[in-house]
Design a protein around this ligand. Structure first.
Ligand SMILES: *Cc1c(COP(=O)(O)O)cnc(C)c1O
Length: 375
């Protein structure tokens, strides 16, 4: 196969819709082009009156949607001459930053909350050679420190306050519209810092021929909107009950949830996410950790799709709103599954699994176990 046909990541795929100079060398790991999976079994459980998809972003190179933003942010940072990047992270941003920095041959500094990051994410940051700094404090404190240190030190911030992150993440909306031939009626996302719900709204808006000037990086030649759709989806954002500033309508100082990727009380994209909610006539909701974990287990067992706890918040919300009738029958619904279940094996083993059977290494014991289960 020639290099022209090989998929080489979202920058090459969507370069004309991104504010990158035409000659900029893309730092890519082949991110994007994730599957939009129809949930046939769960649709049946719900009565067959809705069309339900998940966009499985856990199948990006480092296992989360953060790769979409990171490829563009690191590409731009390198083009501007940066030799180092920095981020605060609940885990997945640090995994992506570490991987793309390795790819670019630059240094990644990552600040994570001690003891509150999933094992797989920590393993990734370490494996890719990032400088990992654990702090006695949560994501929100880490974010404050990163903002301050980047004013003095020669490092580029790659959190979602970097406008190039949202530019990369908007491409998920492009892929969904290409797959469906239109926008869904409802798009459900888990909300932490609220960068991703903002980026999706940006993507859908540009496809509807609208620009969102506040999100355009300063001083760039910005591409014209694409005009592929006439209707944008209602944007629904879901949070964990212990970490739900958009439901409380105010910042939360001590966020707590098992879904560590959305354990954020002071979202950086606060105002943008409210705009997305209002302009799309969408809404926010929150669910208890137990409901989120139950949805994670249900999706894994019923459809064979294994996402991390935070990701399950989107489907948890969709299921609740469908049952309540707030998402109307006949609707097409897309839920973003932000990260892969393997990121957080501790939770899976502790909360989700069928018990492991201890069976003697003998034929009749195994045969008996099979008979018991199938009886
Ligand atoms: C980062 C992340 C989120 C939250 O996304 P925001 O853009 O911060 O709202 C949700 N789920 C996973 C798995 C993440 O890594």
């Amino acid at each position: 196969m020639s290099d022209e046909q090989r998929y080489t990541g979202l920058i090459e795929r969507y370069r004309q819709w991104l504010p990158l100079a035409a000659t900029t060398r893309a730092i890519s790991l082949g991110e994007g082009a994730t599957p939009l999976i129809r949930l046939h079994n769960i649709e049946q459980d719900l009565g067959g009156e809705h069309v339900l998809y998940v966009k499985f972003e856990g199948l990006n190179p480092t296992g989360s949607f953060k790769d979409r933003g990171m490829t563009v942010a690191v590409t731009q940072a390198v083009a501007e001459g940066s030799r180092a990047i920095i981020c605060a992270s609940t885990g997945n941003t640090s995994a992506a930053a570490a991987a793309y920095a390795a790819r670019a041959g630059i240094t990644a500094f990552v600040i994570i909350p001690e003891g509150k990051i999933a094992l797989g994410k920590l393993a990734q940051a370490m494996a890719h050679g990032a400088v990992v700094m654990q702090i006695q404090g949560n994501f929100d404190l880490g974010m404050r420190l990163v903002r301050e240190v980047a004013e003095h030190a020669p490092v580029a911030i790659v959190n979602s306050i970097n406008p190039y992150r949202l530019q990369g993440q908007k491409t998920a909306a492009f892929e969904i519209v290409e797959a469906l031939g239109r926008a869904p009626d409802y798009h459900c996302l888990p909300v932490g810092n609220a960068g991703n719900i903002t980026a999706h709204w940006l993507g859908y808006s540009e496809l509807a021929g609208e620009q969102l000037p506040a999100l355009i990086p300063p001083g760039v030649d910005y591409p014209a909107p694409r005009r592929l759709i006439t209707k944008r989806p209602h944007m629904l954002g879901f949070q964990a009950a212990g970490s739900a500033p958009f439901v409380a309508r105010e910042m939360v100082d001590e966020p707590e949830t098992v879904a560590t990727a959305i354990r954020i009380g002071h979202p950086q994209s606060w105002q943008y996410a409210w705009s997305a909610q209002q302009e799309s006539e969408g809404w926010f909701g929150a669910f208890e950790d137990a409901q989120i974990l139950e949805t994670q287990r249900y999706l894994a067992a019923r459809e064979g799709v294994f996402c991390e706890p935070a990701s399950a918040a989107s489907l948890c919300g969709a299921l609740a709103e469908i049952r309540d009738g707030r998402i109307r029958p006949g609707s097409t619904v897309v839920c973003t599954l932000t990260g892969h279940g393997l990121k957080d094996p501790d939770i899976a083993i502790r909360e989700l699994s069928e018990p492991v059977l201890n069976v003697p290494a003998q034929l009749d014991a195994i045969a008996h176990a099979i008979q018991t289960r199938l009886a």
